[in-house]
Design a protein around this ligand. Structure first.
Ligand code: FMN
Length: 237
């Protein structure tokens, strides 16, 4: 249960009800496997207006973004690491990512599995001076895989797992229950920026929606806080 002074009891309850554990994880994973490809479209009785696709570099990168689930223990270097974290930075006193009311409820952590000079370290990203703090140590990917919901779909070892952590108080104190909605939407902004940068770097990534909240919080040193774990993204080659 998150503790935000009862300003958002329904969001707290919703969060608790969407927690995963050893009992419900298989059902969750099967839902990913049984994904339906053709979801159709909404039909309107008007003549559709044809549009052009852009022919620029940004669109080339957007077109290439995809989920990859096979990794090869590749060790990312400092240049690639900097490039990936730059997605969440602040330049000239302005953050790259928008936020409802400028409350910025999302913080970015990462578990480094195969990262030059940072193997088995947990890091936290400081957006204001574009730096990493070392939070502590973590086990290897193969030891932690079972608490990420990754199961057999993911093969090999990724280089790094980003974790997007929400601090609900920051938005709920201003927006009440609706703040919970904003927090989750904002997590998606961070992730899309990252996925495009991953594509630009010719690396691979996939989102992991099945993280075990409490286990991951412990690894990040956030056990006693009311932080919530929104999503993970593993990345590598
Ligand atoms: C919120 C969210 C959670 C996801 N969680 C998982 C996951 O736990 N495991 C997984 O293999 N893929 C996960 N995915 C990736 C989707 O399965 C993938 O995006 C979808 O199949 C479309 O494929 P594409 O990303 O290659 O276009 C997730 C995607 C999103 C947006």
């Amino acid at each position: 249960m998150t503790k935000n002074q009862n300003l958002s009891p329904l969001f707290d309850l919703y969060w608790e009800n969407t927690n995963l554990n050893d009992k419900n994880i298989l059902n969750f994973v099967n839902n990913f496997i049984n994904e339906e490809k053709d979801i159709g479209r909404i039909e309107y009785p008007t003549n559709d207006i044809k549009l052009d696709y852009p022919k620029d570099k940004l669109y080339e990168i957007m077109k290439k973004r995809e989920s990859n689930r096979n990794y090869n223990n590749y060790q990312i270097n400092n240049k690639q690491l900097s490039s990936l974290f730059s997605c969440f930075s602040e330049i000239n006193n302005h953050r790259l990512i928008s936020s409802a009311g400028g409350k910025y409820p999302i913080e970015v952590y990462a578990l480094c599995f195969n990262v030059k000079n940072l193997n088995n370290k947990v890091v936290y990203y400081n957006y204001n001076d574009n730096s990493l703090s070392i939070v502590g140590n973590c086990k290897s990917w193969s030891d932690l895989k079972s608490i990420t919901g990754a199961v057999d779909l993911i093969t090999g070892e990724p280089s790094i797992m980003f974790v997007f952590v929400g601090f609900p108080d920051r938005v709920i104190s201003k927006y009440g229950e609706r703040g919970g909605r904003f927090l989750l939407i904002e997590s998606g902004h961070y992730i899309q920026n990252l996925l495009l940068r991953v594509t630009y770097e010719k690396l691979k990534a996939v989102e992991l929606g099945g993280l075990y909240d409490n286990d991951i919080k412990n690894i990040l040193g956030l056990k006693k806080s009311n932080a919530i774990i929104t999503l993970g993204v593993i990345c590598g080659k």
